[in-house]
Design a protein around this ligand. Structure first.
Ligand code: NAD
Ligand code: MG
Length: 401
């Protein structure tokens, strides 16, 4: 018998290497360091951490987006032979460097241009940055079709759906189910939710993640973004994407096929599993994540989300039905609102209110799906402007807390 030839080392770049997904990706690579060669790593402003990562993995290039942090990066990498660079365009260049796989793990619409550059350069993109799809999903899917390799979903629910689909055509699917933990306020009253502090919202019961997505999970806007993400990734209309609250976070996604079969993917709530799936696809590799102990869990429960306490799901579905302009504006407003909440400028329930008001206000101004990256970025800026304006008006009226 002839032994299978060892697979060549996969060249990998990590956009957002200093964040939560970046850190989990580095942990997966550390399981099998000989299988990977790190081309580029990027971060926003934590230059010391980025330099430490670049040295540890022997990256060829490290890019810090914020020029104010460049001196620290350059000093820390002096004499290592690792190239250092700064600025938004350098992040885009890093994304476009020849690589087999690019992990898109920048948070928010800031990831739009670099992720698009990675797709256009022909890399296999493993996408964590769901906001890009909500902002300009049509453009991303069209660019990925032109470039060739499919986008691999890192987001655990979409990764679960991708795995459960197992290559079946989408017309064999009746619906998909995305699960949600329900976040820290799953069974809180509206009155109690009105007084939630950033500190409370940042304490997620099951997952350890960056601050923005942790707040999105608490409002369930994360699941709203994920409905739109699923629409783009799998080509399924919104009414075929169901959300169920599953507090144990063991089942991440379920595909219901037209013959009545339901296939689910299960794993511990740890992003190293979906990341490892993307890094090795179509093969499998070690992830280093903990194993699910079903007997210890005892039971798995599922319930419908409460639309009254979590209006973000309805807002997201309405935006999806209205079109690409509305999801773009919704995402921009949500980024502004989450940031304002984290800075104690608005209350927890005001996040969804502000998002809904911004989309309503923008309805008269924009009605077309952005046809280019520039158009998507312009719309995003407009959404942010309107959201800030509405927030100031609220503060003036004494509505904001
Ligand atoms: P994070 O805040 O921990 O990390 C974000 C990364 O993006 C950091 O490296 C940061 O330096 C970089 N960044 C931020 N602003 C930037 C800018 N303007 N320019 C360049 N780089 C910038 O966030 P995270 O939790 O790792 O999430 C990253 C993305 O993955 C988000 O879109 C999130 O929704 C998605 N995601 C995260 C998880 C998770 O478990 N953390 C799960 C599913 C999806
Ligand atoms: Mg998710």
């Amino acid at each position: 018998m002839v032994a299978a030839s060892p697979r060549a080392r996969r060249r990998i770049s990590i956009l957002g290497a200093t964040g939560s997904i970046g850190t989990s990706t580095l942990a997966v690579i550390a399981e099998r360091p000989d299988d990977f060669e790190v081309v580029a790593v990027t971060g926003n402003d934590n230059a010391a951490k980025l330099a430490e990562i670049a040295r540890a993995v022997g990256a060829r290039l490290a890019v810090i987006a914020n020029p104010a942090a460049y001196a620290v990066l350059k000093d820390a990498l002096a004499g290592t032979g690792i190239e250092a660079a700064t600025g938004d365009s350098a992040v885009v260049d890093a994304a476009a460097r020849p690589a087999d796989i690019v992990i898109a793990a920048i948070v928010g619409a800031a990831g739009l241009v670099p992720t698009m550059a990675a797709i256009e350069a022909g890399a296999q993109v493993a996408l964590a940055n769901k906001e890009c799809l909500v902002c300009a999903g049509e453009l991303f899917i069209a660019a990925a079709r032109r470039a060739g390799p499919p986008i691999l979903p890192v987001d655990s629910e979409h990764n679960a759906i991708f795995q459960a689909l197992g290559g079946h055509a989408i017309d064999t699917v009746e619906k998909i189910i995305l699960t949600a933990s329900g976040g820290p306020f799953r069974d809180w009253t509206v009155d109690a939710m009105a007084a939630v502090t950033p500190q409370q919202a940042l304490r997620h019961p099951n997952w350890s993640m960056g601050p923005k997505i942790t707040v999105d999970s608490a409002t369930m806007m994360n699941k709203g973004l994920e409905i739109i993400e699923a629409y783009h990734l799998f080509g399924l209309s919104g009414d075929k994407v169901e959300v169920l609250v599953h507090p144990q976070s063991a089942v991440h996604g379920i595909v219901a096929f037209r013959d009545g079969s339901m296939l689910a993917q299960m794993s511990a709530p740890d992003m190293r599993t979906p990341i490892a799936h993307c890094l090795a696809w179509p093969e499998r590799t070690e992830s280093g994540s903990p194993r699910l102990d079903l007997a210890a869990l005892g039971s798995l429960t599922f319930e419908r989300p409460d639309p009254r306490r979590f209006p973000a799901l309805r807002i997201a579905r309405e935006a999806l039905a209205a079109g690409g302009w509305a999801t773009n504006i919704m995402n921009a407003a949500n980024e502004i609102a989450v940031d304002a909440f984290l800075r104690h400028r608005i209350g927890f329930l005001e996040i969804a209110e502000l998002v809904e008001e911004t989309v309503a206000r923008a309805a008269g101004l924009a009605t077309e799906t952005p046809a280019s990256t520039e158009a998507a970025l312009n719309l995003d800026r407009e959404g942010r402007r309107i959201a800030l304006e509405l927030m100031q008006a609220r503060a003036g009226l004494g509505i904001a807390s």
